[in-house]
Design a protein around this ligand. Sequence first.
Ligand code: NAD
Length: 472
Amino acid sequence: MTETVFDVAIIGGGPAGYTAAIRAGQLGLKVALIDKSAKLGGTCLHVGCIPTKALLFNAELWESVNDAAKFGITGLGTPALDWSAVLKRKDDVITKHTKGLDFLMKKNKVTVFAGTGKLTGGAKSGIHSVELEADGAKSSLYAKNVILATGSIAKTIFDLAPDDTILTNVEMLSLPAVPKSLIVIGAGAVGVEFASIFKSFGTDVTILEFLPRAVPVEDEDISKELTRLFKKRGIDVNTGAKVEKVEKTKAGVKVSYTDANGNAQSKEAEKVLVAVGRAPRTENLGLEKTKIKLDRGFIAVNEAQQTAEPGIYAIGDIVAGLPQLAHVGAMSGVVAVTKIAGRPFKPVRKNRIPGCTYSEPQIGSVGLTEAQAKEAGHTVKVGKFPFAGNSKATIINNHDGFVKIVADAKYGELLGVHIIGPQATELISEAVIALELEATIDELMFTIHAHPTLAESMLDAYAAVDGMAINA
Ligand code: NAD
């Protein structure tokens, strides 16, 4: 019997890997998808994007129900939170989408292998051999191309291993009860999303961020507004905080840190979340047998996601120089398989990637921050429009935040858009398209936005670049 030779073998079944597999199937390629878990979906579906957003939706509902009287809805009695039912709903969302992925694999004729994939070296006569280990048994799988999509894992500090007090994104999602108090180390997306969710459920939340501002990858004005609004919600945000020690106590945990003024401080809580970034999972992949060299664990690729080893591609969180986001992983997978199929593609461009943080308030941003635009040599013009001037924001009783536009003064080229406030993660999509199509402020100022919508804030913000917002 002749051994099957796949056109492409993909190692890792998260959003990068499964998206690549589906598109490869659509392009008529013979695809193998290898994942060590029997359940496809990776971090995003099982312990990342999807469960956190499911909990966030509960948090929003919970706050709305508690606020119902404000909207003339009375007679609800005292609402109660059934935490196990909250977790079950989150798990149901995951299960539904896991089954959805199994269906999509069948639909696109992707052969799924449950096991660990490992490279065995470069291709021989154009064919790669991938070692597959499942239940202790090893076998080989052959493919003309291999895509590495093994994702990332939460980093830790002081070599602390996660347990029921010291938590990462994984443990946070199955807490047996809502903790009374929580210290969050790191104010990136993971940290601020969990801080926001658990504050809504009644937890006393303290954030300790090492850098001088929260969400440090965002525009400075966004960091300031997030800190202001989090503090207004009662979240204790500490920036410039250097964590010195994390100790277990009888009641939970004590974190000692040096504050921004150089003073020694400490804080006790029931739980601590360590959210200090994610490390690429590139160990034990057999890379040492290839030409691929790691840069702090990440893999360098070209515009087609090709690594230094012919026929081997890398996508998703393991790629050097791209943000670790599910949608970046997915698009880098599309790019890789489109290249493999010999079709034209557009590379993933850093300035065209939306960043979305699903906290309350939400953040959506794309392109250059004001500081980055200035550093890049642009003469910058900025337009800012507060949601306070937007009628839909008032209708939904959520008018904190603003839309900030960064444009080049010369021709009004749109360079960046930074939104904090209601539905920011949805609103940002129009800005991504505007950047993709190289829109100018003049064009955007004459683009009709429906009334009353939150999206009108975008129109007002474009006009604000020339000092002509209608509603401010
Ligand atoms: P991150 O790198 O985005 O943020 C980590 C934060 O921790 C940084 O602000 C950093 O300065 C701080 N930090 C590092 N060491 C510290 C220390 N010892 N003490 C205090 N602060 C410290 O990482 P993350 O928030 O863990 O997220 C990991 C990845 O997953 C990121 O790429 C993130 O964008 C992505 N993610 C995205 C979303 C989303 O798009 N909504 C949600 C979750 C995670």
